[in-house]
Every structure is written in structure tokens, then in C-alpha cells.
Design a binder for this molecule. Structure first.
Ligand code: BLA
Length: 507
């Protein structure tokens, strides 16, 4: 059944999606030197511009476009900022004949990629103003869930896609659907998880440079770039292209899901790909470049707000940890001679970090509550942490992988967050989280496990991932680690003070 190998997933990651050499049907591409000579043209220039590609190649753009259009393009190119951002012009009457075009210009080393899309009449007027009007809603949103819900509603209303989702990456680059807006009665993907291999690393890397992409029709004809290479034999790099035809394996993925058209916008938080706004349609669906650009801007605003909330959440958790620290200090102070109430300490820690179980050993006293291993296994885990040279907090999302054979799987423990206090005495605290059952549903049509040419199909990649995901807990966040470190230092101080007092009393 499950014949997926790591090699197959690796092979997927090898596909050089920037060199696929074709554009989609909705737009055309010219590769132009800085002297404005057309070096390459996509084969569909006739359909989009009304000028055959063969008549464009090796010509000067200045001999083809009216002087006023050239003037506009030159002026824009002169003030072109960071290359990846490029230049966008909307609804330009390129030929002075009333036909409107959206134009994108990107610099790639010695050439410009110039792309044209015909302006359609049935489009959103001034999508930028729509985005503008959403800013107050984002700013006042309560939390991450509300931000994501505002986003899917807004993009759904702006674009008319059947399904709009916010998809967030986990630390292992699998992903979860956090919010969804649906037209009609489609089955919901809310809360569903997808494996990291669905969006391979080279695609994720590209999507941090080029922030929005549309596949207007997975079954539409694609058009080659002619000639495919630069004079020196290097294929045209389409990384920054907006009309690039995408990976055939991804098209198959979408067909398997019953999707005919797809659009996604990157959500970059502090420079890293946090997630995407992902849209599907059962029918071919085109969204014009002006609207796509507005959505790209919206995704940037959303990303900013998400980053802000994450930092707020971390500092809130930090404050809770400090409160716990104060209360724990007081408890120990009032219990100098007697046994400290470790159950109460455990409760305080549990307020700062969400856990399913806590075990702690302090000055020879041991307490465990909730989902925990045996006292013996606790000792082995503390030894493991000490042996690994960790005197600060130590986290594992999958105990079975990190400390194999220590805790029997039947206990249902997924991961731990250890706070070593005094490793020689075996003092420390370990927080436990249960194993998440990966009863996650693959939403979509069952597809063949393998594509005809032996490549991995999306469905196979999903079952492979399910295997890999056994034994994991809900990931420990940066906020959890920071809170745990505050508590570790706090407990360290207390135990040092207690043992100093004991020493004083005994002398
Ligand atoms: C690209 N995969 C993508 C993209 C998305 C997904 C959003 C970006 C292109 C787009 O907007 O459609 C995945 N889409 C999802 C997921 C959801 C969704 C997870 O809506 C969940 C709700 N894909 C596979 C396998 C391979 C693969 C097994 O499943 C490789 C063997 C490849 N996915 C793949 C590639 C790309 C991609 C190569 C890049 C496409 C391109 O830009 O050329």
C-alpha cells in the first residue's frame, strides 16, 4: 500500500518551478533587454496584445509601442525600487485604441520581464479602496482567529472564489486551515491538516519573494516562451513572473481536490512564510492583477497584525509566568522547614503554560499530576536532559523520537518541556502534553496513489505524512519556552535559597 519513499518526496522538491518555461493563458510575457530589445516572447502575444510573438522577437519595443506608452514605461523603470517588488500599472491604454491592460515589470539581472493582462470589464472597481476600508476592522480584531476570519470574508467578497482559507504553517511546515469562508454547500476544510510536501521547500522559498499567484484554469492551454533560453543558453527565470504556468504535479493536486482554479497570497511574518490565504473555485476563475495586488497588500497588513498579536500574546504569557513566579516564591517562603506544597506549585506552573501533566522533583520531594510517566521514567528523562548538556529548558514535540524507549507509547504522552533545576540532585520539572491523534481527514476526491510517470501524488504524500506524524504533541511555542525559562530561573533561585538556609541551620 504505502510505497512512498523519502526519495519521492525529495524528487518533488527538486522540480525547478522557476524554469518551467511557459505562461498561462490569461497573460503574455516579454523578456526585454535594458536596451528595450525583445529577447523572448510567450507564444500567446497574438491573443493578448494582437501582435504575433514572431513579429516581436528581436525588435525594439520603442518601434512597437506608441511613444506615450514608452514614455510611461521608461519613467516607471527609472524609479524602480527593490527588484522583487517590480512595477505595476493598471488599466493602461497601451496602443491608444481603448483596450486596457494591467502591466507588471520585474527586473531580473540584465533583463526586464514585462507582462500584460487584458483588463476585463466585470471587475471590482478600486479594490485598493476596499482594502483601505478593512484596515480598522483588522486593527480592532480581538485575536488571531478573528483576524483570519476577517481575511477570508474580505478576500471571498473581493474575488468571488468558492472557498477562501487562511492556512498556517506548523514548525515542520505541515499546515492547518484556521479560517474559511465558503460559498454554497461545499465540505469544510476548517481545522484540516495538510503535509509539508504539499507545498515543497522550493515553492515556499519562491513564495517569500513573489507574494501572490493565480492559476486561473488548471486545464487551460499554457504557452511556451520563445525562444526558451537567453543567447547564452540559460533558461528564462520566471521566479518573479505573474503569469508563470505552474508545476504540472500541483495542477494534478488541484484536479484531485476537485479544484479548477486556485489563488494564494503569502503571509510573511517577520520575513518568514507564516501561512497563506488560499482560494479555490470549482470553475475557471480569473481575478485581475489590480485586485490581486490589492489582496497582496491586504495580506501584508494581515501579516503585520498577526505579528503584533503574537508578540502581545507572548508578553501576556510572560506576565503570567512572572505572577506564577511571585506566588511560588511566597509559597516556599511560608514553608521553609515543612515540605513545600508541590501540588500548588504545579497548579501555578499550569497557569502559565498549557499542559496535560506536570511532574516535579524539588529537594528530594516528588509530585506528579495529570498525564505523567512513572517516577522512574521521570528520572530517566531528567538524566537524558542533563546528558544532553542542557541546563536551560529543553523541549521535545515527540518524546518517542527524542528519548526513544524511555516512556511506553501506551501512556499517550506526546511531548515534554523540561526545566532542569539541579541536575546532580535530579531536581527539575517536566511538563507533558498528550499525543495528538492524527485523525485528520484528507478532504478531496480519492486519487490514484501514484501518477502515471511514477511521481508521488498528493494523496500518497498525505498518508506518508500521517505515518511520520505519530507520537507528536501540540507544538511548544516560543511563548511556552520563554514562560518555562522564567519559571526555571525562579525555581532555581528558590531551591538555592532553601539549601543555603538549611546549611546555615545545620552549622
Ligand atoms: C504549490 N501547493 C502549492 C500551492 C498551494 C498548495 C496553496 C501554491 C499554488 C496555489 O496557489 O495553488 C497546497 N493548497 C495547498 C494546500 C491547501 C490548498 C495544502 O488549498 C489546503 C487547504 N504538491 C503535492 C505533492 C507535490 C506537490 C505530493 O501534494 C510534489 C510531489 C507540489 N505544490 C507542489 C508544487 C507547487 C505546489 C511543485 C508549486 C507550484 C508552482 O508554483 O509552480
Amino acid at each position: 500500500r504505502d510505497t512512498v519513499t523519502q526519495e519521492m518526496i525529495d524528487a518533488c522538491a527538486q522540480e525547478q518551478i522557476q524554469f518551467l518555461g511557459h505562461v498561462q493563458d490569461f497573460g503574455c510575457l516579454l523578456v526585454v533587454t535594458t536596451q528595450w530589445i525583445v529577447r523572448n516572447a510567450s507564444a500567446n502575444c497574438g491573443a493578448i496584445l494582437g501582435l504575433e510573438s514572431s513579429a516581436l522577437i528581436a525588435q525594439r519595443l520603442t518601434d512597437i509601442l506608441p511613444a506615450s506608452t514608452m514614455h510611461t514605461l521608461r519613467g516607471k523603470v527609472q524609479v524602480m525600487g527593490r527588484a522583487d517588488q517590480g512595477i505595476r500599472l493598471f488599466d493602461v491604454d497601451v496602443f491608444g485604441d481603448g483596450r486596457g491592460f494591467d502591466i507588471a515589470i520585474h527586473r531580473d539581472g540584465p533583463v526586464f520581464l514585462i507582462e500584460f493582462e487584458r483588463k476585463k470589464s466585470d471587475r471590482v472597481r478600486d479594490p485598493g479602496a476596499v482594502v483601505q476600508s478593512l484596515v480598522p476592522r483588522l486593527v480592532h480584531a480581538e485575536d488571531q482567529d478573528e483576524l483570519c476570519a476577517i481575511a477570508t470574508d474580505a478576500v471571498w467578497a473581493l474575488t468571488g472564489f468558492d472557498r477562501v482559507m487562511v492556512y498556517r504553517f506548523e514548525p515542520d511546515f505541515s499546515g492547518v486551515v484556521l479560517a474559511e469562508t465558503l460559498s454554497g454547500a461545499g465540505a469544510s476544510y476548517m481545522g484540516h491538516r495538510f503535509p509539508a510536501s504539499d507545498i515543497p521547500p522550493q515553492a515556499r522559498a519562491l513564495y517569500t519573494r513573489n507574494l501572490i499567484r493565480i492559476i486561473a484554469d488548471v486545464d487551460a492551454q499554457v504557452h511556451p516562451i520563445v525562444p526558451p533560453h537567453a543567447p547564452n543558453g540559460v533558461p528564462t527565470d520566471l521566479s518573479l513572473s505573474i503569469t508563470r504556468a505552474v508545476s504540472p504535479i500541483h495542477l494534478q493536486y488541484l484536479r484531485n481536490m476537485g479544484v479548477r482554479s486556485s489563488m494564494s497570497a503569502s503571509i510573511l511574518v517577520e520575513g518568514a512564510l507564516w501561512g497563506m490565504i488560499a482560494c479555490h473555485h470549482e470553475q475557471p476563475h480569473y481575478v485581475d492583477y489590480e485586485t490581486r495586488s490589492a489582496i497582496e497588500l491586504f495580506a501584508r497588513l494581515l501579516a503585520y497584525e498577526l505579528g503584533l498579536r503574537a508578540r502581545q500574546e507572548e508578553s501576556r504569557q510572560g506576565a503570567t509566568a512572572l505572577e506564577a513566579h511571585e506566588r511560588i516564591s511566597i509559597m516556599f517562603e511560608s514553608a521553609t522547614a515543612a515540605t513545600p506544597d508541590l501540588a500548588a506549585v504545579a497548579r501555578e506552573i499550569g497557569r502559565a503554560v498549557r499542559v496535560d501533566g506536570i511532574a516535579l522533583r524539588v529537594g528530594g520531594h516528588y509530585h506528579a499530576s495529570g498525564l505523567v510517566p512513572s517516577a522512574e521514567e521521570f528520572g530517566t528523562l531528567m538524566d537524558h536532559v542533563a546528558r544532553n548538556g542542557s541546563s536551560r529548558v529543553f523541549s521535545a514535540d515527540n518524546l518517542g523520537q527524542v528519548c526513544p524507549g524511555t516512556v511506553p507509547q501506551e501512556r499517550g504522552i506526546g511531548g515534554m518541556l523540561a526545566l532542569p533545576i539541579h541536575s546532580r540532585r535530579g531536581d527539575g520539572v517536566i511538563l507533558f502534553r498528550r499525543e495528538m491523534t492524527q485523525d485528520l481527514i484528507w478532504a478531496g476526491r480519492p486519487a490514484k496513489e501514484k501518477l502515471p510517470d511514477g511521481r508521488l501524488s498528493p494523496r500518497t504524500s498525505f498518508s506518508a505524512w500521517r505515518e511520520q506524524r505519530r507520537g507528536f504533541c501540540e507544538s511548544w511555542t516560543a511563548g511556552d519556552l520563554a514562560a518555562a525559562e522564567v519559571l526555571r530561573v525562579s525555581l532555581l533561585e528558590i531551591t538555592l535559597r532553601l539549601s543555603a538556609e538549611r546549611d546555615r541551620r545545620s552549622t
